[in-house]
Structures are given as structure tokens and as C-alpha cells.
Design a protein around this ligand. Structure first.
Ligand code: UD1
Length: 419
């Protein structure tokens, strides 16, 4: 993997208008779900991201035909044959685990290794496994390889998740959708991406009710058919561009967004002193006033403040005068941006789940390393507001979740180049 860098000349306001691309966290489970039906699906607004291409490679390795047509990915799963994903492919990204439920749902057998991409801490899959087991799956683990089988007929179950895991909710939905009984997921994750997955599956003939609430009810159907489906906008990417405007004192119109999915994030930008006006599929943000510190910001499952936006807001709070406190409740390693932000001059103390940011210090450019996707985005934002040039390395992390971030920001007035 080449270590491409982003070179950011800070101090320029981010202003203008930008379209937000489709959601990675929605596209990935939907792509996995396309193999549940033996025909063609067209997934529109499917972002051109390295994680999306990694998913397409997995689908191809299983016998599906994938091709990109404009902003869509077309998947023909009629010749699906393989039920095994190589260790090398599983290691490429954590979300490959969502293929487990989909392959089991279609072929009733699946063999894969534990997923990679664990830069945010251990990220276990015990809830996925216990949920699928309650559904009737037999799962044997041997030297990091999971050998799984699901009975021909899933006759339903009541599965109470110990915590509302997004991935586990998705995996159970995927495995339960073809069957004869009713599966009830209690304490299900309520993220908008779960609603999007159920939207695609229902378009294929599935019977899923309650997605977006804590109780998801899946009534098994005999088979699914292909469908055309449009992926929802990426709410984390939207928040990142809002952060870029906020940290540079700019003004931005975001197009193709869904403000109703972003209440907690919008409220945090407002607390930080930005003016935010959502209307229809647009959000206008203006950051003309100095930023405010935020007394305590806690990440939580949806509809709470998303953990993925936490590093972005951390970058923002380095510019807000006074002390802000962030409590990270979802992933233990989500403060990995903090030491790198310190290299730029930020005053951040992070210990365990709590980070304290003494904001208002001048940031100045330095060489920093993206340690994961959102930490990388946070460093880019800090670089935009720092004096001089910031060099962010490990850009491959950023490419997992942002379509050509440097071109997007350049179009909004920034000086960012890849090299
Ligand atoms: C998804 C998102 C990720 C986001 C996260 C939380 C995708 C591709 N990724 O990740 O961007 O940050 O939701 O909103 O959609 N846990 C267990 N056991 C399990 C599963 C999870 O203990 O079997 C724990 C995790 O360690 C974590 C918490 O549950 O502390 C939430 O994880 P989960 O909701 O499963 O996140 P992902 O689906 O991995």
C-alpha cells in the first residue's frame, strides 16, 4: 500500500456548495444483501470508495458479477456459488462480517475468518454470533475461522441484543429474511442505515417492519427478487463538510442530505456557535462567530451523537475558546486523533473514555498520521484551520469513507493536494 499524503495549506475559508455522496455504512450492508436474491440489483448513489470496491471484490469472488454504471453498482447474483471468503479479503475491512448473514441467508453455509479493520479497539463479534445462533445457526470457530450453517428453514426467534449493535442487527436481518417464521430483534440498533437496509430488502420482496425502532420484526419469505435502490446520503460525510466550514469560519450549502437523520449532530454544531438551517434536502451552515466550547459531549447509539462524528467535533473544539469535554461511549480507541492534533498545537488530554480539550490555541502545520478513517478526517479539518502546511499521511484510511476529499475541499476554496 503506497503511503500517499495530503498536503493542506491552512487558513482559507471553506465556502460554497457541495453535494454529499451516498452513505458508506449503508452501501456496504446493501451490497452484501444483493447476494440474497438470484437476480440483478442496481444500487444507485453507491459511493466510489475503497471499501465499496472491497465489497465488490468479495461479491465477485463468490461468483457474482459487479459493474459500475455511473453512480450505480449493478450486481448480478444469479451465479452465486461460493460460500467462503478468503482471510485476505476479510482482513481488508471490519464490515466484511455483514457478508456472514447474507451468505447464510442464501446458501445456508458460510466460512470466513474474523474480520480485520479493528483499528478502533477489539470490536468483537460475540453479539453477531449469539444472535445468529438463536436463529438456529450452528457456528464452529477453529483457529480464527468461522464455519457456519443455517437450517434450510428458519422458523423465527426472539433475539434480545445486549447492546444495540449496528452490525449484529444487520447480520440477523440478512440471515432471517428468507425463512418461514417471524424473527423479532429486540434492542435493535436504530441507525438510519438500518432503515436503508430494510428499505432495500423490502424492495426485493422481504417483509421487515420496525426498522429504525428498537424492535425489528422480520417475517420470513420464500425468496427475494432483484431491485433498484438508491442509497441514503452519508450523514458522517455531511458532518465532515459542516466541520470544515465551522473550523475555518466559512459558510456552506450541503446538497443531497437528510437533516432528519442528523438532529444530534446539527444540535452540536449549534451549541458550538454555528448557525445551521436545514431545508428540504439541503443544510446551510454559517460559522461567522467565534466557536464556543461544549461543556460535555457524549457519544451514544442513534439517535444520540454518533461516535463517527466525534473526532470531527474534536478538531472543531480545538478552535473553541475554553474547555470542552468529550465522553466516548462506543469505541475505546476513538481518541486516536488526539496525539496527532497535539502535534499541530492543540491542547487535548485524553484518558480512557474522556478527552478534555482546552480550545482556542493557534494551530500550526506539521506532519501527522491518519490512524483511522475519522481520525484522518479530523486531521484534515485541523489542517484547514492551521497556519502553514499540514501533511497527513495514511490517506488510504480517508479513502475508505470519502470520495476524493481533496477535490471536494479544493472546490470549496481550500488548498489541498495529494502526493
Ligand atoms: C457500525 C459502523 C461504524 C459505527 C458503529 C457505531 C458500519 C460499516 N460501521 O460499526 O462506522 O461507528 O456502527 O455506530 O456500519 N460490540 C460488541 N460485540 C459485538 C458487536 C459490537 O461488543 O458483537 C460493541 C462494539 O465493540 C462497540 C459497540 O458494540 O463498542 C457498537 O458496535 P456496532 O454497533 O456493532 O458497530 P459496527 O457495526 O462495527
Amino acid at each position: 500500500m503506497t503511503n500517499t499524503k495530503l498536503y493542506i495549506e491552512g487558513g482559507r475559508k471553506i465556502s460554497g456548495e457541495i453535494r454529499v455522496h451516498g452513505a458508506k455504512n449503508s452501501a456496504l450492508p446493501i451490497l452484501a444483501a444483493t447476494l440474497l436474491n438470484p437476480s440483478v440489483s442496481v444500487i444507485e448513489n453507491c459511493p466510489a470508495l475503497s471499501d465499496v470496491y472491497a465489497s465488490c471484490r468479495i461479491l465477485s469472488s463468490l461468483g457474482c458479477r459487479c459493474r459500475r454504471v455511473g453512480d450505480a453498482v449493478e450486481i448480478d447474483a444469479s451465479d452465486l456459488s461460493g460460500c467462503e471468503i478468503s482471510e485476505q479479503m476479510m482482513r481488508q475491512m471490519r464490515s466484511s462480517i455483514v457478508f456472514l448473514g447474507a451468505i447464510l441467508g442464501r446458501l445456508r453455509r458460510c466460512r470466513l475468518s474474523f474480520p480485520g479493520g479493528c483499528e478502533l479497539g477489539p470490536r468483537p463479534i460475540d453479539i453477531h454470533i449469539s444472535g445468529l445462533t438463536k436463529l438456529g445457526a450452528r457456528i464452529i470457530e477453529d483457529h480464527g475461522v468461522l464455519d457456519c450453517a443455517l437450517p434450510e428453514t428458519v422458523s423465527g426467534a426472539v433475539i434480545n441484543l445486549p447492546l444495540p449493535s449496528v452490525g449484529a442487527t444487520e447480520n440477523i436481518m440478512l440471515a432471517a429474511v428468507i425463512g418461514s417464521g417471524e424473527t423479532v430483534i429486540q434492542n435493535a440498533a436504530r441507525e438510519p442505515e438500518i432503515v436503508d437496509l430494510s428499505g432495500y430488502l423490502n424492495a426485493c420482496g422481504a417483509k421487515i417492519a420496525g426498522a429504525g425502532t428498537s424492535t425489528v420484526v422480520i417475517t420470513g419469505v420464500k425468496a427475494l427478487h432483484g431491485a433498484k435502490y438508491r442509497v441514503m446520503p452519508d450523514r458522517i460525510v455531511a458532518a465532515t463538510y459542516m466541520g470544515a466550514a465551522a473550523v475555518t469560519g466559512g459558510e456552506l450549502i450541503l446538497r443531497d442530505v437528510r437533516a432528519q437523520d442528523m438532529h444530534s449532530t446539527i444540535s452540536v454544531f449549534e451549541q458550538a456557535g454555528c448557525s445551521v438551517y436545514p431545508y428540504n434536502d439541503r443544510i446551510f451552515i454559517s460559522a461567522k462567530k467565534p466557536l464556543n466550547a461544549i461543556k460535555t459531549l457524549r457519544t451514544a447509539p442513534y439517535p444520540g451523537f454518533p461516535t463517527d462524528c466525534q473526532p470531527i467535533v474534536m478538531a472543531l473544539l480545538t478552535r473553541a475558546k475554553g474547555a470542552s469535554v468529550i465522553v466516548e461511549n462506543i469505541f475505546e480507541n476513538r481518541f486516536r486523533a488526539a496525539p496527532e492534533l497535539r502535534r499541530l498545537g492543540a491542547d487535548i488530554k485524553a484518558e480512557g473514555r474522556v478527552a478534555v480539550i482546552e480550545g482556542g490555541k493557534r494551530l500550526s502545520g506539521a506532519a501527522v498520521v491518519a490512524t483511522d478513517l475519522r481520525a484522518g478526517a479530523a486531521l484534515v479539518l485541523a489542517g484547514l484551520s492551521a497556519d502553514g502546511t499540514t501533511t497527513v499521511s495514511n490517506v488510504h484510511y480517508i479513502d475508505r469513507g470519502y470520495e476524493q476529499l481533496e477535490s471536494a475541499l479544493t472546490g470549496l476554496g481550500a488548498r489541498v493536494r495529494r502526493g
